[in-house]
Design a protein around this ligand. Structure first.
Ligand SMILES: [Zn+2]
Length: 418
């Protein structure tokens, strides 16, 4: 076969990359690992994998379309063309935009689960909203607003197999972080590309900004991966490539045990008639899982998982009569603040609670003022100080995004008004 020479080192960076985000997500030095003969994986931020065969390359996810990913692909695959690309799901950091696709994989066919096109259409419809929440969630500048996605060419529902250059690829569907997820299994090498069913941390089951994910499907899919008895399992994020039975049993097994524990705990409490707040306050992982290196709460956290499992089985109503047909919260904050009649007393009580470690109550009190009077300078100063403390203490990306956004707003307000 005659291949067109490529020069991936000349590719421009995609606009979505912000290197200041985190050195862990964007290490300076990205290197592909050869998991088995011709099977490569590059872990960091969003990962990518590829298999080099005698008839071309199968690419699995995009690694955010980063130039270094494709430089590594070129280093390991030479001029062999990409013949197929598999999207493990439709999240933007795993797929490619049309122009990027034309640069790196012209003529390739994209294979994905049948729900992926619906997800991409949803992103197009909700573009301003999605841009806003992603910029808060990851503390990034507002992303570019228009995006043309490379839609899949081949859709499947339950499972899909194909061969290239004598190598077998077995794909199957599962629901976990998304409803459109695909696991890629290479039976000849015993390698699994797990997509976001594994992220080298506690799964992002509950995301404060997005729809609840699928706890039960997540467990079932990870169990299906374990039953394959694989030699290696590559995660969708992070650098935690799992190799060998012991590591896989620990990494995948701990994730299954944690998800099952959280699921069963929420279901038990729900059946007992317990309210969500009590579950959020009380449900914690057992110590052996809490300490597992595979379940660090650096991306999401147990509280958010509890909320997501609860939400997946219930409506939004919390059984408090004032929440069935809620008013803007500003209205009741105004009543409370007028009744109390002393903002200084509110702030000083809030400060006392904060220094006792009762941070959530402290924030609630100051929010009574700020819901009613968003321009209250002293309350803004207090909140900014607390947000900065939370940002020092909290290592979880999903909650840090919220603290950052309030800190940014308060800082900008105070710079203009004080
Ligand atoms: Zn992802």
């Amino acid at each position: 076969m005659n291949y067109q020479p490529r020069h991936f080192q000349d590719l421009p960076e995609p606009e979505s990359i912000d290197r200041s985000l985190s050195p862990l997500m964007f290490p300076a030095d990205l290197h592909a690992v050869e998991i088995a003969g011709g099977v490569y994986w590059i872990g960091a931020g969003s990962s990518a994998g590829w298999v080099v065969t005698s008839e071309g390359v199968v690419l699995i996810d995009s690694g955010m379309g980063r130039r270094e990913v494709f430089e590594e692909l070129e280093r390991t695959a030479g001029d062999a063309p990409i013949r197929y690309m598999v999207y493990t799901h439709g999240h933007e950091d795993h797929i490619l935009l049309e122009d990027r696709f034309a640069q790196v994989a012209p003529g390739a066919q994209v294979i994905a689960h049948g729900f992926v096109p619906e997800r991409l259409r949803k992103y197009e419809e909700l573009r301003p909203h999605i841009n806003r929440i992603n910029s808060v969630q990851f503390h990034l500048p507002m992303p570019v607003s228009e995006r043309a996605y490379k839609y899949p060419d081949i859709l499947y529902w339950d499972s899909y197999s194909f061969e290239l250059g004598g190598r077998k690829f077995e794909l199957f569907h599962g629901r976990g972080e998304t409803d459109d997820a695909t696991v890629v299994y290479l039976p000849d090498d015993g390698v699994v590309f797990a997509g976001d069913f594994l992220i080298s941390a506690l799964p992002n089951l509950g995301n404060p900004y997005k729809v609840p994910r699928y706890c039960r499907g997540w467990i079932e899919t990870l169990e299906r991966i374990l039953a394959l008895n694989p030699a290696a399992v590559a995660p969708g994020h992070g650098v935690g490539l799992l190799r060998g039975e012991q590591e896989i049993q620990a990494g995948v097994g701990d994730t299954v045990r944690a998800l099952r524990f959280l699921h069963d705990e929420v279901v038990r409490r729900l059946n007992e008639g317990q309210q969500l707040e009590q579950m959020v306050a009380e449900v914690r992982l057992p110590p052996e899982l809490e300490e597992s290196p595979h379940l660090r709460q650096t991306y999401s956290r147990v509280e958010f998982a509890v909320m997501a499992i609860h939400r997946s089985y219930t409506g939004w109503f919390d059984s408090d009569p004032s929440d069935l047909l809620p008013l803007p919260r500003r209205a009741i904050a105004h009543e409370l603040r007028t009744l109390i009649g002393d903002d200084k007393a509110i702030i000083s009580r809030a400060e006392a609670l904060w220094s006792e470690g009762r941070r959530q109550e402290a924030i609630e009190l100051v929010q009574i003022i700020l819901r009613d009077v968003p321009d209250h300078v002293e309350a803004r100063q207090t909140r900014l100080r607390w947000m900065e403390t939370l940002l020092q203490d909290d290592r979880c990306v999903m909650s840090r995004g919220a603290w950052h956004s309030f800190a940014d707003q308060d800082r900008a307000f105070l710079a203009e008004n004080v």
